[in-house]
Design a protein around this ligand. Structure first.
Ligand SMILES: Nc1ncnc2c1ncn2[C@@H]1O[C@H](COP(=O)(O)OP(=O)(O)O)[C@@H](O)[C@H]1O
Ligand SMILES: [Mg+2]
Length: 203
């Protein structure tokens, strides 16, 4: 039998800026209130190796990240001359430094279209462009130009990571959780969100 769509899972990280700014509760409540189910959660300090494994599931991902970043920068009116693979490498170095700089919360969320619904709530990568109403749009103000300002450069601080597609989610969940740490349970939303018959609503 094919997998039940209501069991789709995604990986979310509240990055060090989200923890430092005490936004963990606010962020978590956004996912709870939409109807996604929390099935795993931990608070930890990632190692640089774990952060690297999270962002680089294969070699092709380095260049793909560079391409996405170039597209994002163009949308913000920034001219890009860097080659995608080199840019991808640079961003990954910065991401590894950022993600392992302080504690994070890792969680697995489950529900119908969990990956797409979560990405919609999170908003686009650069907070400058993220829509109002999204987590990145509502709670922070970073931009590519500020992240590149000065001599050093850093990762864009956008509070949160969420898997971009189901394949990425399957890979990333394994980076942060053992299978036994993911808990199967019923909550009170299940019946009204998913049951075919509505028995049990009226007394
Ligand atoms: N040009 C850039 N400069 C600095 N940091 C970047 C840049 N592009 C992306 N990042 C960082 O890399 C992370 C991963 O990028 P990507 O997977 O494309 O975005 P998303 O987090 O929205 O899935 C982003 O969340 C952001 O923190
Ligand atoms: Mg991504």
């Amino acid at each position: 039998m094919t997998k039940n769509p209501k069991e789709e899972k995604t990986l979310v990280l509240i990055k060090p800026d989200g923890i430092q700014r005490a936004l963990a509760g606010e962020i978590l409540s956004r996912f709870e209130r939409v109807g996604l189910k929390l099935v795993a959660l931990k608070f930890l300090l990632p190692t640089p190796d774990q952060a690297y494994r999270h962002y680089v599931k294969n070699e092709a991902e380095i260049e793909a990240l560079g391409f996405r970043s170039i597209e994002g920068k163009k949308k913000s009116g920034i001219e890009v001359t860097e080659e995608p693979k080199l840019l991808g490498k640079k961003i990954i170095d910065r991401l590894v430094t950022f993600l392992s700089a302080g504690p994070v919360i890792a969680m697995v969320l489950e529900g119908n279209h969990a990956v797409a619904i979560t990405r919609k709530l999170v908003g686009s990568t650069e907070p400058l462009q993220s829509d109002v109403g999204t987590i990145r749009g509502d709670y922070t103000i970073d931009s590519y130009s500020l992240a590149d300002y000065g001599d050093a450069g850093r990762a864009v601080r956008n509070l949160i990571h969420a898997s971009a597609n189901i394949e990425e989610a399957d890979y990333e969940i394994k980076v942060w959780f053992e299978p036994k740490e993911i808990v199967n349970y019923k909550n009170s939303f299940d019946a009204i969100l998913y049951d075919v018959n509505l028995d049990g609503i009226l007394e």
